[in-house]
Design a protein around this ligand. Structure first.
Ligand SMILES: *Cc1c(COP(=O)(O)O)cnc(C)c1O
Length: 426
């Protein structure tokens, strides 16, 4: 029998919050020798109780027939399913209000598997700009080899300003999907999910409907839930906030059972699923997700306020500082539950100034990645976005003096002291 049990989201009519469910949801200790924690099911394959049971499992897994009432997916082979991944998928789905989830070996595995599940030669893919470097590279260099063109539009401006231009560029071709990243990395520019979803879904054809995907790595799953704003799929680099300790690479895709089905099917054939050990690590991380993200969010406010007042800092891009009269303010209010903990800011003296700051940091570490318990800082123009041509960087607002900082769970006074002393040599 599978150690998974049906979700229990309610307690006598009282709806349990996600943070209360992260320790137990989807796991039945009675099926694992009473172990309070889900064991690591470090196994490639699963023994069937009978030939009939094995046949029934395959019928469901390969979609040869519908699942009967109460019939579960049987455990077959760890490329298809594994208890650590299934429990993790149930728990991740809770935060985003998703029906289904699939976990992956990395964020890029989730993103590329999702894109490949929907594109066909001759299609176009719409996307916000800037995107994560890996996603951007895949869209610009890999998809064209399959006859798929990626068309970008800028984050940070109302979608109505770019819709007409986008429509002309699409020029009647089939739209496979839209890939959005909001807030954008590293500029924190917002994309209006509702507006892009309405626009993209207009391109539905008799046999296919374009899929709106949101890479929710920066604010999710706590501070933004794109499925509630018209997205069809949510994608994550679980390496970041979900993992949260900078010690694991993983990804996830979530949505309705129907929207996720092609992605789940392709994961089986590409073999881009996560390992049981990764699943177990992420189950552990999820228990403290809310505490970590809340502490990080509070710390970021102190750091951003300090930066704003500093004479060597030119501009601070942080959602908590979005001006009241900013054209994206209504989108922020509708879509985001908190400003999160990523700050980018520009110091004086371009790259030289930025490097002096980065080299002087003592508590925060100079590294790419984000969302971990420790604070990290990096230089987007020469590191995470080095692949973006200088003129495109300028267009996207990635300047030579820009620093991106992911604020961790340290004491905020220690972080402010570190930033203050690192700004001295700038
Ligand atoms: C890190 C990141 C990715 C890629 O995730 P990996 O787990 O490194 O493969 C994708 N999107 C965003 C926004 C990221 O920050």
């Amino acid at each position: 029998m599978s150690p998974i049990r049906k979700p229990e989201l309610e307690l006598e009519g009282h709806r349990l919050r996600p943070e209360s469910l992260m320790m137990s949801h989807g796991y039945d200790p009675r099926l694992s020798e009473g172990a309070i924690k889900c064991p690591i099911f470090q196994t490639s394959t699963f023994v069937f109780e009978s030939a009939e049971a094995g046949k029934a499992f395959f019928e469901i897994a390969y979609g040869l027939r519908e699942r009967g009432p109460g019939e579960e997916y049987g455990l077959i082979y760890s490329r298809l399913n594994n208890p650590d991944l299934e429990v993790l998928e149930d728990r991740l789905a809770v935060w985003d209000g998703a029906e289904a989830c699939a976990v992956f070996a990395s964020g890029m595995a989730a993103i590329t598997t999702a894109l490949l599940a929907f594109v066909r030669p001759g299609d176009v893919v719409l996307h916000s700009e800037p995107l994560y470097g890996g996603s951007d590279h895949f869209l610009r260099y890999y998809l064209p080899r399959m006859g798929v063109e990626a068309i970008g539009f800028p984050a940070g401006v109302p979608f109505a300003m770019v819709a007409d231009h986008l429509e002309r560029q699409i020029a009647g071709r089939p739209v496979a999907c839209a890939l959005l990243e909001t807030p954008a990395n590293p500029t924190n520019g917002l994309v209006d999910i509702e507006a892009v979803a309405a626009f993209t879904h207009e391109y539905a054809r008799a046999d296919r409907s374009p899929v709106v995907m949101v890479d929710n790595t920066f604010l999710g799953p706590l501070w933004q839930q794109p499925l509630r704003h018209g997205a069809d799929l949510v994608l994550y680099s679980a390496t970041k906030f979900i993992g949260g300790h900078s010690d694991v690479i993983a990804g996830a895709a979530l949505g309705s059972t129907q929207a996720l089905a092609p992605v789940l099917a392709l994961r089986t054939f590409l073999g881009t699923m996560a390992t049981p050990w990764t699943g177990w690590l992420l189950l552990r991380s999820l228990e403290t997700l809310k505490m970590r993200m809340t502490a990080q969010m509070k710390n970021a406010r102190y750091v951003a306020d300090f930066l704003l007042e500093h004479p060597k800092v030119r501009t601070v891009h942080y959602l908590g500082l979005l001006p009241e009269d900013h054209p994206m303010q209504p989108v922020y209010r509708r879509q985001c539950l908190s400003p999160g903990s990523l700050i980018s800011f520009e110091v004086e003296h371009g790259e030289a100034g930025a490097f002096r700051f980065l080299n002087a940091l003592k508590l925060a570490k100079l590294a790419v990645s984000l969302g971990g318990t420790e604070s990290l800082a990096e230089h987007p123009a020469s590191m995470t976005h080095a692949d973006v041509a200088p003129d495109a960087q300028a267009r996207m607002g990635i300047t030579p003096g820009m620093i991106r900082m992911s604020v961790g769970v340290e004491h905020y006074e220690d972080l402010v002291a570190d930033v203050r002393q690192a700004l001295e040599p700038v």
